[in-house]
Design a protein around this ligand. Sequence first.
Ligand code: FAD
Length: 297
Amino acid sequence: MSYDVIIIGGSFAGMSAALQLARARRPILVVDAGHPRNRFADASHGFLGQDGVAPATIMREALRQLSAYPSVDFIHGQATSATGELDRFEVVLEAGAAHAARRLVLATGVADTLPDIPGLAERWGQSVMHCPYCHGYEVRDRRIGVLANHPMSSHQALMLPDWGPTTFFTQGMVAVDEELAAKLAARGVAVETTAIVEVLGEGLAISGVRLADGRSVALEAIFTAPQTAPASPLAAQLNCAFEDGMTGQHVKLEAGQLTTVPGVYSAGDAASPMHNATLASAAGVMAGIGAHQSLIF
Ligand SMILES: Cc1cc2nc3c(=O)[nH]c(=O)nc-3n(C[C@H](O)[C@H](O)[C@H](O)COP(=O)(O)OP(=O)(O)OC[C@H]3O[C@@H](n4cnc5c(N)ncnc54)[C@H](O)[C@@H]3O)c2cc1C
């Protein structure tokens, strides 16, 4: 089947792009494997009108609204390859079908890699989090640990006192010089240089962390910045250029969410150093509009 635009990834960015194209009455296909990045969290926060709503509920409603437009096809599945050039792209799905399109929108998100510490990964999105704007309010006034995973992790440590009493675990990643020590002290942040070796607690809750020297520190929440990488190899297959962000590489963009490959647009976490549902959705809108207008002008 041939489409004007195939959108790969049907979450905040992809469905926002699709909605613009659907309303422009263009024949489009959305392919989504159903693994959005925030699937580990029970609730999504900070998205206007959807604050506190479960991620799956937001996506279900978005898909219901999108499906009302007659020019939209939606396939639940994995796209395994994307090849071609402007006006002649081909997307092959895991199930074997191949679809053609004049434009592509890659809204495939990123994958997170957490520090390898027992007890951490299973609490991801529950009591272990990365974004204070997304989940800080829910742990306000509780004992918070910031686990360094990056030389810039001190930024996170300097922010978190707005939500609760904060200890910064430098984990051998951050050298606390005199200037940084003064900034942390001014924000009331305690600094612990002995490494965390285990996260402790019942079920998905955290009661504390065990340190390499055998001590334990009581905590109720941990914030850490995971390393990120493209969740899909499709942008690389299409020869899109990448650039470095704070936590990993993302697709490089020209104006209007166009990648360095003519006809290929990208949006959301896959194409941004700033990861947030509203920003992904806004970028998706821009990618949808960019792809649509490139079919006209
Ligand atoms: C634990 C956690 C909680 C978060 N909570 C919040 C929050 O409360 N508020 C907030 O603003 N932000 C939150 N975020 C950030 C937010 O989840 C992301 O910014 C947002 O999901 C990015 O949207 P996206 O559409 O770019 O990518 P995603 O939502 O990650 O969606 C990408 C989609 O593409 C699909 N896909 C990938 N490759 C393929 C392929 N080859 N074929 C088909 N489909 C493919 C995936 O299956 C997925 O459905 C959170 C992140 C995490 C990790």
